[in-house]
Design a protein. Structure first.
Length: 233
């Protein structure tokens, strides 16, 4: 058993919070909560799936890796999701490269403890099923977005979702990180950010990016932002 004593605010996660109160109490002492830092690799494809991870703040990018070393984001995860939902579907290993794109904190929970909770508190199964379906829908929409929308639209949408998830308009985020997320050349990302900057939506600094006009950024985003923010059915 892993024991930690984080403050309640550190444990804000939509999936964990949707568990019954009895289940949350059962699992609380089994969580290990710690900081996650930008650039930190949390797991590689094929790594044993022995924990699920509940982000509380920051953003984690689940990426596919190409033979030339490039990465492309399949889906991003914030405090609205978790890593390791594949375990609920019977998978024994992680399927993606997971890297922290924006620093924050997260809680690790052994899958054995999750299994014990599932056997005692059946409503957890409904929560995990909804999470699995949400992950599938988001992955499919990411593929659609990459096919039809411009780099500046995609970056605008990603930044809006980062604002929603972190609650902060000031992001420690580099263009190199965004290039890795989208699998695009640094020059392409630089041009996309330049367009958003020129429109007055963002302001770029050295290693930082500030959203100064969310309404303008939304005008410049693609329809995928509304898709990702609409309530799950």
């Amino acid at each position: 058993m892993m024991i930690a004593t984080p403050s309640p605010t550190q444990r804000n996660n939509a999936i964990f919070d949707a568990f019954p109160a009895e289940a949350r109490s059962f699992l609380a002492s089994r969580l290990l909560t710690k900081a996650i830092m930008s650039g930190e690799v949390l797991h590689e494809p094929g790594a044993p799936l022995i924990h699920v991870i509940f982000p509380h703040s920051g953003i984690i990018s689940l990426q596919g890796m190409l033979s030339d070393g490039r990465t492309v984001e399949c889906v991003s995860v914030g405090n609205d999701g978790l890593l390791g939902v594949e375990h609920f579907l019977g998978e024994k290993v992680f399927l993606h490269h997971a890297v922290v794109t924006i620093s924050g904190s997260a809680s690790w929970l052994p899958v054995t403890d999750l299994g014990a909770a599932l056997s005692q508190f059946t409503p957890i199964s409904d929560v995990m099923q909804r999470c699995s379906l949400k992950r599938m829908r988001e992955s499919m929409q990411t593929a659609v977005c990459a096919s039809v929308h411009s780099a500046s639209q995609r970056v605008a949408t990603w930044l809006l979702r980062a604002l929603d998830r972190t609650g902060s308009s000031h992001l420690e985020l580099t263009q190199r990180t965004l290039a890795n997320v989208f699998g695009l050349r640094l020059a392409t990302i630089s041009d996309a950010c330049g367009r958003l900057n020129g429109a007055g939506a963002i302001d770029q600094g050295r290693g930082t990016l500030t959203i100064i006009d969310p309404a303008k950024l939304r005008e410049l985003s693609c329809e995928c932002y509304e898709y990702h923010t609409k309530p799950a059915t």
